[in-house]
Design a protein. Structure first.
Length: 400
């Protein structure tokens, strides 16, 4: 039986009160703006403790089955909890690849053994997950992945390299796409999907320093690394279809994520507040009619995206192009985020050139750091160019 409006209102009040009472104090060091910037042990332990606390309170994985650590309730409860997390501006739940991609995949198609082994550790933050899809030589051509997995008795032997492995140096497990049959007629048919441990001999990670000066990504190298054969998900040769399902979660086109905040959410309203006191030609920049036009357009774009996300859950409003909104929302959200943060810097004038660490930087250089960090979202889950092609081909029916 579905929850009543009164029950949902009471739940929202409870969540709000809990967030207000339990929001962590400033730790005294820079926290990641997204799950892609967890670069050191201090950040990791702070965020691990926070995620465990949220889960222990019952506000994470609420729609996942109880027997695997979830709450076993309607997804609407998790939606409310997430909304209150945003409203109270609490830290992110950093284990996003587990919470949002690996976990839903295992929930949907995993065996009982896989669910029992992996799901609770994802929610509690005990087990961090990373993703092994991209490779240095193949860019967005995921189907051409060359990392090899060769069966040897009760094990697979891995050799190859992955790149942009978010939190690879902290992860216990990886969702891994590897080639088990290099002779397959179609390159896609030679790929298999693994739930692969990272703590085995022959697996090495090297942190990648980003333009912000922070870390978060790694390169991952496999050199005769042996993993148990039961790490294979599904059957050999099914890796491409499983990877495509995983990307549907990553791009927000499939439901099932455990919830929590993946990134610090900022709005046009936040940007306007941050521009108070900025002047252009001796007058407040917010009084400039051209600037006001830009801000109104940003507000419209932001509101349209929010309404678009809400529309995805109303079947009668999506029947003309089923799947169109979820497929396009990732592209629009990541590009809007990038444009808005760039606008915030531009409107600061000369102060926009200052960065984190400069005592005179506006808001401590928050928007500059946020702008540089926004590019990772325009690449992860498929670049904006790839996303545009997907919308063109699979929604509009245009030729390749």
């Amino acid at each position: 039986m579905s929850a009543t409006e009164a029950e949902l209102a009471e739940f929202r009040s409870d969540v709000s009160a809990w967030m207000a009472d339990n929001k962590p104090a400033d730790p005294g060091f820079l926290l990641p703006q997204t799950f892609m910037e967890v670069g050191d042990e201090r950040q990791l332990e702070f965020l691990r403790e926070w995620q465990h606390k949220v889960w222990s309170a019952g506000y994470l994985g609420m729609a996942w089955p109880k027997e695997y650590g979830g709450g076993g309730v309607e997804p609407v409860f998790q939606n409310i909890a997430d909304q209150e997390m945003r409203r109270h501006d609490v830290p992110i739940c950093f284990n996003v690849i587990g919470l949002g991609w690996a976990g839903p995949l295992i929930n949907d198609i995993g065996t009982e053994q896989e669910k029992s082994k992996y799901l609770k550790g994802i929610l509690s933050a005990e087990d961090i997950w990373c993703q092994g899809f991209s490779e240095p030589e193949h860019g967005s051509d995921l189907g051409n992945a060359q990392t090899r997995a060769v069966r040897d008795g009760d094990e697979y032997v891995l050799n190859g390299q992955k790149i942009w492995t978010t939190m690879g140096n902290f992860a216990k497990y990886m969702i891994l796409l590897a080639r088990t049959n290099p002779e397959a007629q179609r390159k896609y048919d030679g790929l298999s999907f693994f739930l692969s441990p990272m703590d085995v001999p022959g697996v090495e990670t090297r942190p990648i320093r980003k333009i912000t000066g922070e870390y978060g990504f790694t390169e991952t190298f496999f050199t005769d690394a042996r993993i148990p054969a039961d790490c294979l998900m599904g059957e050999e040769g099914q890796g491409w279809s499983i990877a495509m399902q995983t990307l549907q979660y990553e791009r927000g086109a499939e439901a099932g994520a455990a919830g929590g905040l993946a990134m610090v959410r900022v709005t046009v309203e936040d940007m306007v507040e941050g521009l108070e006191g900025v002047e252009r030609d001796g007058a407040p920049v917010l009084e400039d009619p051209l600037v006001r036009d830009q801000l109104v357009q940003a507000i419209m774009d932001e509101k349209a995206l929010v309404l678009s996300v809400r529309r995805t859950g109303i079947a009668h409003l999506t029947s003309d192009y089923p799947g169109a909104l979820p497929l396009s929302n990732k592209l629009r959200a990541s590009e809007l985020t990038r444009r808005m943060r760039q606008l915030a810097i531009n409107l600061q004038g000369g102060e926009g050139a200052l960065y984190v660490g400069d005592d005179t930087a506006r808001q401590g250089g928050f928007w500059q750091r946020a702008y540089f960090n926004s590019f990772s979202a325009t690449i992860g889950g498929g670049t904006s160019q790839i996303q545009a092609n997907i919308v063109a081909e699979h929604v509009l029916g245009l030729p390749k």
